[in-house]
Design a protein around this ligand. Structure first.
Ligand code: MG
Length: 161
């Protein structure tokens, strides 16, 4: 039987602040700034969560893990992504692939991408080649270009056999 494919789209934005750790894609990035948020502020993992939830029509990350809930203060986003994978699995969905674009002026992420792919694929039980990660700068424009924030966009394809 032809599998029933569904696509999902997720985005996330976090403000950057000097002197805090920077988590992105389940790893820590060496930088003078980190992302601010209620949880560990991992914008890549949050956008992946939203893309997967969207594909399964299961609302959004804020619905499942509200930032008003003290349980999620400083939460490890790797655990949130694992939980999201369980939610979509319960609906019978498997992940075909995930394609991510990170917009960050500094630092260059090129050397971190293999580690991020490793981290995300292991959380989701995927092969590394099912998790594409692309990095762009903000070309010096707007809040990304001014090093005030990080933006992430993700599409995910899931299927039921
Ligand atoms: Mg977020």
């Amino acid at each position: 039987m032809f599998p029933a494919f569904r696509i999902g789209f997720g985005t996330d934005t976090h403000r950057l602040q000097v002197g805090i750790p920077f988590y992105l894609g389940g790893i820590q990035i060496e930088h003078s700034k980190g992302a601010v948020g209620h949880s560990d502020a991992d914008a890549l993992l949050h956008a992946i969560c939203d893309a997967l939830l969207g594909a399964a029509c299961l609302r959004d990350i804020g619905f499942h893990f509200p930032d008003t809930n003290p349980d999620f203060k400083g939460a490890d986003s790797k655990l949130l992504l694992k939980k999201v994978n369980e939610l979509i699995s319960q609906q019978g969905f498997k992940i075909a692939n995930i394609d991510c674009t990170i917009q960050l002026q500094k630092p260059k992420l090129k050397d971190y991408i293999p580690q991020m792919q490793e981290s995300i694929s292991s959380i989701l039980g995927l092969e590394k080649n099912q998790v594409s990660i692309k990095a762009k700068t903000g070309e010096g424009l707007g809040y990304v270009g001014n090093e005030e924030g990080v933006d992430v966009q993700v599409v995910a394809l899931v299927y039921k056999t």
